[in-house]
Design a protein around this ligand. Structure first.
Ligand code: COA
Ligand code: AMP
Length: 632
């Protein structure tokens, strides 16, 4: 039997034994005597009587075991022309001091702390300081607008917000303070305190009595020790898009996260302590949590915090510069970043300027990887390019080519095979397994492995109903796909209203709620249309109220602005058209999938259940005006 199959079977046959063994590889204040409790499934408990601290495993353990002077973090910011290397000792000391500063503001174990920060070392210090105290961090991506921030404040009720004066995008400085103040104003829950890091690019005014300057807070602080927490205590909440405007607060536990992420570093990514590992993502996304911050640090690697873009900061050679300058062994990013590079530099000319001999593997995830991009990367880089599939909910890969176990042949278009711990099935609508090659719902048999989500914050019923009810005994991933005869998995599409824009997960339902809130809009639909660079882009189709005499162009412009203001620039919502009718079934359900097929010029048939087929002509014309549906 192959090494992969043997490991997979072992994890499947006895998950408790398998993960109890993996748990020995991390530091516990009390080693767990119980590995897995499934009594209250799906609210399973991993390592329930273990005591652990995630920050200790990320920093102190390495300082105490010979890595004190090794670089823990390289901050590489072409956007501010700055570089900083921070050793494990320095990072531990900064984190301990900042933990002391937030403890002085009353933060302790179990309290929530919201972090709204750009890609600067202080953001990582903020996250780890929370973990040090056993406080629950919730990082919100900087590209979200005040309203999204307010929704998250109300949901997790933080004792403290940690922020900065600004983020820096290539074409503009993003002032965080007005967004933050507006969000606090909009939220019903009143945040008592904010600590704000002033960046050189912008000094933000502080509100007396509420806001504290970061440096001042630190200068008055004394270092705080690590607080051991129960393995099942939450490490963090990370909000992600669901089908409505109310995001889902994915809760990850502490012990499971430490064990699974540490395990994944050697077994999936094939890296060793001391290696340089770079996840080119943002700390606001799950990739940032797992593989900019926690995974590499748990493993004693050097992690890179990159504040820049794949192109334009300053050119399409930016990634190659970072790889060669810092001797990166593994890069993890989204295919969209490679599509952006390929578009600007199709021949890979920039590559010729850099010595990339240390570089071994490129991992891609976050969206479906089109074979063209995979092949281009393989050919230009001359290294293994590994597509792997995962989600905010799982926190680490469901399917991958596990390089540390056994390198399997790469199959274009497939994220390879289920990772040990994930017992994957493909089911039809009745919950029966389908034959090899047939598309169905991708589901994972319970129990999910450690490190996956253990609840939704404040919404246990939604946790159960959204993920564990459709298929009894399974976790429903929300993705559809198939497994071929060799056991390779192919992830084809979402089964819900989630779309994927430049590797960012967005809810069409949430955008529809914003459009529907415009006083002139009677009805609307948002769909994700295929886009060469970003994978998908949201398109809005709206019906205007009878009697409204305003111009369609004015209303469309207001709608674009409205989505930017309510959700944020990250939604990349720029296309909206006015229609007279939306195609619906006789029971009133909007036929989004048909409209998406029309937009993408893929094959489609008029659904038998359609109420008024002429609505399709109307929509086709509107989509053509927006530059879609070219071949319809
Ligand atoms: N704070 C504030 N605004 C932000 C932001 C942040 N952290 N990140 C993005 N934005 C803004 C951008 O400036 C842009 O605004 P604009 O409409 O004024 O131009 C908008 O949000 C859309 O951003 P994005 O989708 O990132 O598009 P882009 O054109 O700036 O860049 C790529 C396109 C492909 C280069 C970029 O998406 C990328 O590097 N992706 C890498 C993959 C990745 O990070 N994936 C995450 C999961 S692994
Ligand atoms: P997020 O929670 O933002 O990480 O988005 C998760 C979703 O992105 C998944 O449910 C998939 O729809 C998609 N996704 C992530 N990785 C892949 C991949 N390798 N192949 C196909 N789709 C992917």
């Amino acid at each position: 039997m192959s090494q992969y199959k043997e490991t997979f079977q072992r994890a499947k046959a006895s998950p408790a034994e398998f993960w109890s063994e993996a748990a020995k590889d991390v530091h516990w204040d009390t080693f767990p005597s119980k590995t897995l409790n499934t009594d209250n499934s799906p609210f399973n408990k991993w390592f329930e009587d273990g005591q652990i601290n995630a920050c200790y495993n990320a920093l102190d353990v390495h300082v105490e075991n010979g890595r004190a002077d090794q670089t823990a973090l390289i901050y590489d910011s072409p956007i501010t022309d700055t570089q900083r290397k921070i050793s494990y000792r320095e990072l531990r000391d900064s984190v301990a001091l900042f933990a002391g500063a937030i403890a002085a503001e009353g933060v302790s174990k179990g309290d929530r702390v919201l972090i709204y920060m750009p890609m600067i070392p202080e953001a990582l210090i903020a996250v780890l300081a929370c973990a040090r105290l056993g406080a629950v961090h919730s990082v919100v991506f900087g590209g979200f607008a005040a309203n999204e921030l307010a929704v998250r404040i109300d949901d997790c009720e933080p004792k403290l917000i940690l922020s900065a004066s600004c983020g820096i995008e290539p074409a503009r400085v993003v002032e965080y303070k007005p967004l933050l103040d507006n969000a606090i104003e909009l939220a019903k829950y009143k945040v008592p305190r904010c600590i704000l890091f002033q960046r050189d690019a912008l000094q933000a005014p502080l509100i007396e009595g509420r806001d504290i300057d970061w440096n001042e807070a630190v200068s008055n602080a004394s270092p705080a020790p690590c607080v051991p927490v129960a393995s099942t205590d939450p490490l963090y909440i990370l909000y992600t898009s669901g089908t409505t405007g109310q995001p889902k607060g994915v809760v990850r536990d502490t012990g499971g996260s430490v064990v699974s992420l540490k395990w994944s570093m050697s077994n999936i990514y094939g890296v060793q302590p001391g290696d340089v590992y770079w996840a080119a993502s943002d700390i606001g996304w799950v990739v940032g949590h797992s593989y900019i911050i926690y995974g590499p640090l748990f493993h004693g690697c050097t992690t890179i915090l990159y504040e820049g873009k794949p192109v334009g900061t300053p050119d399409a050679g930016a990634f190659w510069r970072v790889i060669s300058e810092h001797k990166v062994k593994v890069l993890f990013t989204a295919p969209t970043a490679f599509r952006a590079i390929k578009k600007v530099d199709p021949n890979g000319d920039f590559l010729k300027q850099y010595d990339m001999s240390q570089f071994e593997t490129l991992f891609l995830a976050g969206e479906r990887c089109d074979p063209d991009t995979l092949e281009w990367a393989q050919q230009k880089l001359g290294v293994d390019v590994i597509d792997h599939w995962w989600q905010t909910e799982t926190g680490w890969a469901i399917c991958a080519n596990c390089l540390g176990i056994e390198k399997l042949p790469v199959v274009s278009g497939s994220p390879s095979v289920p990772v040990p711990g994930y017992d994957l099935d493909v089911l039809d609508e009745q919950g029966n397994p389908v034959a090899a090659g047939e598309i169905g719902a991708l589901v994972v048999k319970q129990p999910l492995p450690p490190g996956t989500f253990t609840n939704l914050w404040g919404a246990p019923e939604r946790y159960q109903s959204a993920y564990f009810t459709t298929f009894n005994g399974y976790y429903e991933t929300g993705d559809a796909g198939y497994v071929d005869e060799n056991g390779y998995v192919f992830v084809m599409a979402r089964t819900d209203d989630v779309i994927n824009v430049a590797g960012h997960r967005l809810s069409t339902g949430a955008i529809e709620e914003v459009l529907a809130g415009h006083p002139d809009v009677a009805e609307c639909a948002v769909l994700g249309a295929a886009d060469e660079l970003k994978g998908q882009l949201p398109i809005g189709l709206v019906i205007i109220n009878d009697g409204c005499d305003r111009s369609n162009d004015d209303i469309s412009a207001e709608l674009v602005k409205r989505v930017r203001e309510h959700i944020g620039p990250v939604a990349a919502f720029k296309s909206v058209a006015v229609v007279n009718k939306l195609p619906k079934t006789r029971s009133g359900k909007i036929l989004r999938a048909t409209m998406r097929s029309i937009a993408d010029s893929s094959n489609w048939n008029t659904p038998a259940t359609i109420e008024d087929p002429t609505a399709l002509d109307d929509v086709t014309d509107a989509l053509k005006q927006l530059g879609y549906a070219e071949k319809s």
